[in-house]
Design a protein around this ligand. Structure first.
Ligand SMILES: [Zn+2]
Length: 500
């Protein structure tokens, strides 16, 4: 039935079928001459019949110079219908899709390209068959999106780039733009997952950690009134970050949640902020509260400074204001000079090698301050001696514990490691400024998780990550790196996707 009719036959059939009937009446009604009608028929229509009746390949004309170039997919005829088993598989038109394989592999070079896919249909049941090409493209599409999501994670949580800059990066590296909304949603979703990974840390088997170091950081957050509470252990593992708005409620809550089956430290190390001890008690935790020695030393330095500042004059009145000022400065200089060796001793007490005698040395400083042979017992000196005595009494048990542990177990004496972690969050706070409280929390959690998996390329912990130092069991955690932890593993590609 699909017999091929020769073109000459077609032309003859048409010539005989088109008969010029009623030419005079038609010409008259359109006000044209009869002669011109015969001229059109003999000179124009008849010669064109052959061209018109020739067989043309179906489908639209190829469009010249399209913006998106297309390539023809390899046409592989499926052998059998996967639904009914029939072998009567027919071509059923073509359609275009983005060439995901190219976009994934050389998108940076070729940009967005399209590929024409042949559709196949079962002649018996009408089922559309999944061709190899369609499957390859679908796999490449999933891989492309996965890799773009990973890049967004890297850009936002490691490089600290804004949404717009991330957009530029994706287009540059992967040849196709993604929307601002997509990047924002992706950031939030990674943040939420990171938050839940941090919460799971204490459920994983790990090396015993004795310390809970706590500090708040105040990233520049515009007018937003919240701080960021950070918990790490002596291995430098960030175990919790949390946006703190109501300290009395949020800090105890954070402390309670960070402790778990495999993380139950005995020591709580903070700066001298007085409320932390109270928050610890409110969290229902029985940890020994220790103070960071840097802050203790800073506090001692401040007391000595105050003593110098508080110097009073007992000179007769009537002296000019300027003269009084000069006398006072002179007296302050003298006192500073007198106090200097005592302050040096107090600082030296905290130096390595003096751990066992630290408190004794501080007590020695107090008695020297009270020795009239050493130092003139002015009002400000007496006050300094009283303050120092109270300070030593208050902190000596904690100082002894802290230093003894540092010697025996190599545990931290300072919250320096914590403060350097806090420094890590500062560059990200510019981005977090635009977030709502809950979202900002997740965002900082993402930054923290990235840092936990970061292999240090220099410094004391070169070549290790905090997760490794704390020996967190990765099977328990269910992740081997930041990306797998937030559900963004490297895309899996079957080798056939790239074979041509
Ligand atoms: Zn079928």
């Amino acid at each position: 039935m699909n017999r091929i009719i020769p073109i000459e036959t077609k032309v003859k059939v048409m010539q005989e079928s088109i008969c010029l009937s009623n030419v005079e009446a038609v010409a008259a009604s359109y006000e044209v001459s009869v002669g011109v009608v015969y001229y059109w028929f003999n000179e124009k229509v008849k010669p064109a019949l052959g061209e018109i009746l020739k067989n043309e390949p179906p489908g639209p004309e190829p469009k010249p110079d399209q913006e998106v170039k297309e390539t023809q997919a390899i046409v592989e005829r499926p052998d059998v219908c996967e639904r009914c088993g029939s072998i009567r598989v027919r071509k059923n038109g073509t359609y275009e899709v983005i060439n995901w394989i190219w976009l994934l592999t050389i998108g940076w070079l070729v940009g967005l390209q399209k590929v024409v896919i042949q559709r196949w249909r079962c002649a018996d049941c009408g089922h559309e068959l999944a061709t190899v090409e369609r499957q390859r493209q679908a796999e490449a599409r999933r891989a492309w999106w996965q890799q773009v999501k990973r890049l967004i994670g890297l850009s936002r949580f490691k490089l600290g780039l804004s949404v717009r800059k991330t957009q530029i990066l994706v287009a540059f590296a992967y040849g196709r733009q993604v929307s601002v909304g997509f990047i924002q949603r992706q950031t939030q979703s990674i943040g939420r997952r990171a938050q839940s990974v941090l919460e799971r840390l204490s459920d994983c088997r790990q090396k015993v950690a004795h310390f809970l170091l706590y500090d708040e950081t105040f990233p520049k957050l515009g007018r937003r009134a919240y701080s960021l509470g950070v918990v790490i252990c002596e291995y430098g593992l960030i175990r919790s970050v949390r946006t703190i708005r109501r300290k009395a409620k949020d800090i105890p809550d954070q402390l309670r949640k960070v402790v778990g089956e495999h993380y139950h430290p005995e020591h709580f190390l903070t700066d001298l902020e007085v409320t932390y001890g109270e928050y610890l008690a409110r969290a229902g935790l029985l940890l020994k509260h220790l103070r960071d020695i840097v802050h203790l030393m800073r506090q001692i330095g401040r007391m000595f400074d105050d003593a110098v500042k508080e110097v009073t004059l007992d000179v007769p009145k009537g002296l000019s204001q300027k003269e009084r000022q000069n006398q006072r400065h002179l007296k302050q200089r003298l006192l500073r000079k007198r106090l200097k060796p005592l302050l040096t001793t107090a600082f030296k007490a905290f130096a390595p090698g003096y751990e066992s005698v630290c408190v004794l040395m501080l007590e020695g400083v107090v008695s020297q301050l009270r020795d009239p042979k050493l130092i003139l017992q002015t009002e400000s000196v007496q006050r300094l001696a009283r303050r120092m005595e109270r300070f030593v009494k208050k902190h000596s048990p904690a100082i002894n514990t802290l230093l003894e542990m540092a010697v025996k177990e190599g545990t931290p004496k300072t919250t320096n490691s914590l403060e350097s972690k806090n420094g890590l969050f500062k560059p990200f706070s510019r981005i977090a400024k635009s977030f709502r409280l809950a979202t900002a929390w997740g965002f900082f959690a993402g930054v923290a998780l990235m840092e936990n998996f970061d292999l240090k390329s220099r410094g004391l912990h070169q070549g290790t990550s905090a997760i490794q130092r704390a020996a967190v069991n990765l099977d328990d955690l269910g992740a081997t790196d930041f990306f797998s932890a937030v559900g963004l593993d490297k895309p899996q590609i079957s080798p056939t996707t790239f074979t041509l």
